[in-house]
Write a protein that binds this ligand. Structure first.
Ligand code: ACO
Ligand code: ZN
Length: 499
């Protein structure tokens, strides 16, 4: 479970009563709850981190009952100091306090005296295509060439690389000598790096109580033709959080902290599609099946990339037990990643999807439906009933509910035309859905009625009208006839392909 609840939305300060009082920009500290303006409204927000920037102090806020992806850095001017703040709970926050200093220090360090970055708060703003933003490459190359002669700035941030930080970048306590501060800082940044390394390599992200994972670490990503603005923390190496923008190769998914090494990579990279078998192709999209065990690096890179947009899920660094079904769109440059879902090779709980993601530049265009449909088509071929792994995210729940409602309605409407009766079990089998998911959907749509001692399903006229409209809008579907796939057989020992 996410520390913020399954949907990433939580009430801030739900850890018991707190002392209240007036604060100033100087006394406001991490863990305080203050009133902060967001979208023209004054809202309660917990301060998760503080940093100094060229334009003044900034506070990283998590807003009451807002999804974590809407967390943002705000300047002093957006905080209402006329209202009381709630101070951190001294007992409960003791542990937090120990980390506070560290977080603030690191945040400061990661913001060298460059321009302050504008954070993007809304999902709609989380992506910009080439034409919509000024291209950051020129700016980045310029800043790189200015830094010529500076080993640190020039060090390319290849996989797992961490820069050496000089004592000039450290925040000093008044009674500390630079040497003791340097030693302490080194210990702190080392443990932070270690912590991130642990998050990246040991799997569970959301079950880790580390404060670190509560704060978005990557602000901007260049990915193919797109600029992406991540929503959540992802355990890329610590050094990457100090970059204004990171570069991810859209084909091999390798990541780079500077444009130079990224361009060098692009000259060499020969991959033009996901490294697996193409098991589906129509005029519009393709699906590739990739074995986590055979393509470890690629699949780990995919997990890191998707973690930036998925909060509530465990990040599986151990990708071996999973298959990845990756949807792409083709052009003359290659097959571009639209989205994917992962699936356990053997799920004890009968899940047919572990994680599902549409890349933000492709969201709300019907691709999520295609991904979900594909996962159920595979279950049909396997002859199994499937369901997505729980908990679902807020967007996951909306998309699944929509998919389930549409498909159950379509099936019932076709049955009612022919006057056939249908049971819940039959609906489940036809759609490869669990009976529980079928029942919940019928209940949510208020379609189940109890009449004269009998359970019946009725379809309200309003739903029929709504479905007619949405069907007219819905352009694409997976053509199940085109799926070229047999359920893979794995040897128990290796959980890889059994030949
Ligand atoms: N607001 C309201 N309704 C939405 C939204 C939204 N932001 N997103 C999807 N829906 C609902 C709508 O009913 C939509 O149909 P409509 O557009 O006709 O109204 C329906 O879901 C399907 O929308 P698609 O465009 O097909 O879905 P999309 O390509 O945007 O993908 C997905 C949905 C995969 C959940 C995407 O939002 C995503 O990647 N989110 C981030 C990662 C995530 O949360 N994944 C799910 C985690 S749960 C799990 O992994 C098992
Ligand atoms: Zn590449």
């Amino acid at each position: 479970m996410s520390p913020n609840g399954a949907n990433g939305e939580a009430e801030v300060g739900s850890d018991g009563p707190r002392q209240k009082g007036k604060a100033t920009p100087d006394t406001l500290q991490v863990g305080c709850i203050a009133f902060v303006t967001k979208d023209g409204h004054s809202r309660r927000a917990e301060i998760l981190s503080i940093k100094e920037t060229k334009s003044g102090r900034q506070f990283y806020c998590n807003f009451d009952n807002f999804n974590k992806r809407l967390d943002e850095w705000v300047p002093v001017s957006r905080i209402d100091f006329d209202q009381d703040v709630e101070w951190p709970n001294p007992d409960k926050d003791k542990q937090k306090d120990a980390k506070t200093k560290k977080t603030a220090t690191v945040a400061k360090k990661s913001q060298p005296a460059k321009k302050t970055q504008k954070r993007v708060g809304k999902r709609e703003q989380s992506v910009a295509s080439d034409g919509q933003t000024s291209h950051p490459w020129t700016e980045f190359v310029e800043s790189q060439s200015k830094a010529d002669g500076n080993d640190k700035a020039n060090a390319s941030l290849e996989l797992g690389a961490t820069p050496n930080l000089g004592p000039d970048e450290m925040e000093l306590d008044e009674d500390e000598t630079p040497a003791s501060a340097a030693k302490k800082e080194h210990a702190q940044s080392f443990s932070r790096e270690q912590e991130i390394e642990k998050l990246r390599t040991s799997g569970s992200m959301t079950q880790n109580p580390a404060e670190i994972s509560r704060i978005r670490n990557i602000s901007k990503v260049e990915f193919g033709r797109y600029v992406l603005f991540p929503w959540y923390f992802s355990p890329y190496p610590e050094a990457f959080s100090q970059e204004d923008c990171i570069y991810i190769c859209e084909f091999c998914l390798n990541y780079y902290g500077d444009f130079k090494s990224f361009s060098r990579h692009r000259m060499k990279c020969t991959l033009q599609h996901p490294p697996g078998n193409e098991i589906y192709r129509d005029d519009f999209v393709s699906f590739f099946e990739i074995d986590g065990r055979r393509q470890r690096t690629w699949c780990r890179n995919l997990c890191l990339l998707s973690k930036m947009f998925l909060d509530h899920k465990t990040l599986y660094y151990d990708v071996d037990p999973f298959l990845f079904y990756v949807m792409t769109t083709r052009d003359d440059r290659g097959s571009h990643l639209i989205g994917y879902f992962s699936k356990e090779k053997e799920s004890a709980d009968g899940y047919n999807v572990a994680c599902i993601l549409t890349m933000p530049q492709y969201q709300r265009k019907g691709y999520g439906r295609l991904l979900i449909q594909f996962s159920y088509e595979l279950s049909k071929i396997e002859g199994k009933l499937g369901s997505p792994e729980k908990p679902l995210s807020d967007l996951g729940l909306l998309s699944y509910r929509q998919y389930w409602s549409e498909n159950i309605l379509d099936l019932l409407l076709s049955k009612s035309e022919s006057g056939e009766k249908v049971t819940i079990e039959e609906i489940a089998t036809r759609l490869a859905m669990t009976t529980q998911d079928v029942e919940h959907t019928l209940q949510a749509l208020k379609m189940q009625v109890y009449h004269k001692g009998e359970h019946k399903v009725v379809i309200p006229d309003k739903l029929v009208e709504q479905r007619a409209k949405s069907r007219a809008k819905q352009k694409r579907q997976v053509d199940s006839q085109r799926i070229q796939w047999k359920p893979p057989v794995f040897t128990a020992a290796s959980r890889t392909w059994g030949w």
